[in-house]
Design a protein around this ligand. Sequence first.
Ligand SMILES: C[S@@+](CC[C@H](N)C(=O)[O-])C[C@H]1O[C@@H](n2cnc3c(N)ncnc32)[C@H](O)[C@@H]1O
Length: 254
Amino acid sequence: MTIQLHNADSLELLPTLEAGCANLIFADPPYNLSGQVFLTCRGGRPVVCNKGEWDQIADLHEFNRAWIRECVRVLADDGTLWISGTLHNHPSIGMVLKELGLWIINDVIWFKPNATPLLRANRLAPATELIWVASKTKRYYFDYEMAKRLNHGKQMRNLWVIPAEKHRTPHPAEKPESLLTRILLIASREGDLVLDPFMGSGTTGVVAKRLKRRFIGIEIDPEYYAVASKRILGAEEESLEISDTLAEEQTRLW
Ligand SMILES: C[S@@+](CC[C@H](N)C(=O)[O-])C[C@H]1O[C@@H](n2cnc3c(N)ncnc32)[C@H](O)[C@@H]1O
């Protein structure tokens, strides 16, 4: 299966991709929460949240407008765009999806039962992320039966209980492979092209390769790009029987 990895700025690389080529786009863009007053836990001590330079964007809304507009151009007419985020960026993302006239299919609430506890007793402990699911038309690919199969044969709801996994890389925002497995099984077929414009540690690419999807990944930071490339190139393609096992693993997440 073709895997294309780019150490580049998505705002420059996306315009070079062919219109309508991607069947599924999963994007986990910068949250813009670093450098603010949020505390996180490092080595058992409270520290101000700093995920890195990549998480500090001067005009977040303009940035979101620019990359989402390009993703819409690159998305197939029956493809879907999945964008994950936190309360720091999802109001802006929701606005842009509406401005661009996209069809909003779902808002998936990803609940992490093992989320990091609060360090300052001044608000509710954040334990969720929101994933927008949108398409260009109302005729989009969505494997409803697969979603049911991943949920003990029952209709799958938009609340997903998936524990945060132990990180496999030094990337501070590495997503669980089980989350991406679920998304790719529901929203793409074998051989489809999956695009991740903010590849980070390469989780989407690993799962795409495993499930025999083609993949394009873009990452601006050279160190994370190296981490992602190594991880994706080392991943094994799995046979359909193994995909069945993956499906069973998914049903055990609940
Ligand atoms: C939230 S992280 C993605 C984490 C990823 N989903 C994973 O599982 O590891 C966002 C990533 O986008 C990258 N990034 C930020 N701005 C970018 C841009 N303009 N083009 C490409 N990558 C960018 C950052 O370096 C960071 O690694």
